[in-house]
Design a protein around this ligand. Structure first.
Ligand SMILES: [Zn+2]
Length: 416
């Protein structure tokens, strides 16, 4: 055997080991509780491999053994679970009007959070950075004081979900050794190739960044309404609109990770000008501020506090206000057309409707939305698609951001 073959064999043994570890850890994470035989059946790994990997995961503190279960006629089996206190994971959702930072344990149980609302419409990356860094520091201090994670807790990583396109979402922000770095292009908030390496330098753990709709789609696929969905779409409607497309059980990214910018696909030749500069974009018909604008008949409807404006709109609708009714009816018809384009393009088995405004719409008008989708879709894919309200609701966004470092951990182990 020559030297090169030896080296590549070592590398492939390491790859197989890493793949097996990821397979097992993913099973333990999602099962909640399992046993060695159950893990073997679920992963198809051999009993010897399971034994070795479990020993390794216990030694590094990721997995803990629990109570013993009697097994009929055999040796008692020991329950295995992820050690919730092995690390803290942070998820930060950068929305159009606020930033929410939440802390989770390693089982993704929410431990606490901070929300910071912005008063202006255009948030600067520097403001976002200082809010996120401050929230991570404050939440960590709270968790240390509570005592579950010891005096110097391990922070697995921080995930940042942002509005806009993120190139190289698989690279740690600020990683000097990487050949590429994450670049954020969020035209609607005026960000052009923003790097967030200053934020990464301020944080106590590595930072991963992805588009918020994509990270939220991952949360829906792992814990929410898109679990087990092989072909689906998760649409998020807030002030703007975005989508995550799942094909063959994986998030579809396109050539430079911009796929899913559904909010800026066009459904009209004209209409009000979108924040991206174009006319006819989906989000100018279905986004919360666009609807408020139609209802109130003025262009300054965005007050930075849309939830209150939307409450007023729904209250007016319930009072029988004709303009409110027409505005919502118009929105549902346009949403139906915009979603039917996804149906005709991707043939999803399910469309999950989420985002703070999408959630309000789905709560009240889900059947109307589904009917509007079917009216504009080709009959076969239209008849098949299930339109569903997100079961995670607004919890999905920060949780989705936190799945970024968790996914990296499952695939590659502890950050070096
Ligand atoms: Zn647009």
């Amino acid at each position: 055997m020559n030297e090169q073959t030896g080296a590549s064999r070592k590398a492939s043994v390491r790859d197989v080991r890493r793949t097996n570890r990821a397979l097992l850890l993913r099973h333990v994470m999602f099962a909640g509780e399992t046993t060695r035989p159950e893990a073997g059946a679920a992963t198809m790994l051999s009993p010897g491999t399971i034994t070795n990997l479990v020993t390794e995961l216990i030694a590094e503190g990721t997995v803990v053994e629990g109570r013993k279960l009697d097994s009929p006629g055999g040796r008692p089996r020991t329950v295995l679970a992820v050690n919730p206190h092995a690390a803290i994971v942070f998820g930060a959702d950068v929305g159009e009007a606020e930033v929410t930072v939440e802390a989770f344990d390693l089982t993704m149980r929410r431990l606490g959070g901070r929300t910071h609302a912005f008063t202006g419409r255009r948030i600067s990356p520097q403001t976002v950075s200082s809010v996120v860094a401050g929230a991570v520091e404050a939440l960590t201090a709270e968790l240390v004081a509570a005592g579950d994670f010891g005096a110097t807790p391990t922070i697995l990583g921080i995930g940042l979900g942002v509005p806009g396109i993120v190139e190289h979402p698989d690279v740690w922000a600020g990683d000097a050794d990487a050949s590429a770095e994450p670049l954020v292009h969020a035209q609607v908030v005026g960000w052009d190739s923003v790097r967030f390496s200053d934020l990464a330098a301020e944080l106590p753990a590595p930072l991963l960044i992805d588009n918020g709709a994509k990270s939220t789609t991952q949360a829906e696929a792992w814990y929410g309404s898109a679990q087990g969905v092989e072909h689906g779409a998760v649409v998020l409607i807030g002030d703007g609109a975005g989508a995550g497309i799942i094909t063959n059980g994986r998030l579809y990214r396109g050539s430079s990770s911009s796929a899913g910018e559904w909010g800026h696909t066009k459904i009209s030749l004209d209409g009000i000008r979108c924040r991206c500069g174009a006319r006819g974009c989906v989000e100018t018909f279905v986004g919360a501020s666009a609807v408020l604008e139609r209802w109130r008949g003025r262009e300054d409807a965005w007050l930075g506090r849309e939830p209150e404006g939307i409450d007023e709109l729904f209250a007016a609708y319930h009072r029988g206000d004709e303009v409110a009714e027409r505005s919502l009816r118009d929105l549902i018809n346009h949403l139906g057309i915009a979603l039917s384009n996804l149906v005709n393009l991707y043939n999803p088995q399910k469309i999950v409707v989420g985002g703070w405004f999408g959630d309000r719409l789905a709560e009240e008008f889900l059947a109307d939305i589904a009917a509007a989708v079917r009216r504009s879709s080709l009959s076969q894919p239209g008849a098949e698609v299930v339109v569903e309200r997100s079961s995670l609701g607004r919890r999905a966004t920060a949780l989705g951001a936190a799945t970024l470092p968790l996914d990296r951990f499952i695939e590659r182990g502890w950050p070096q």
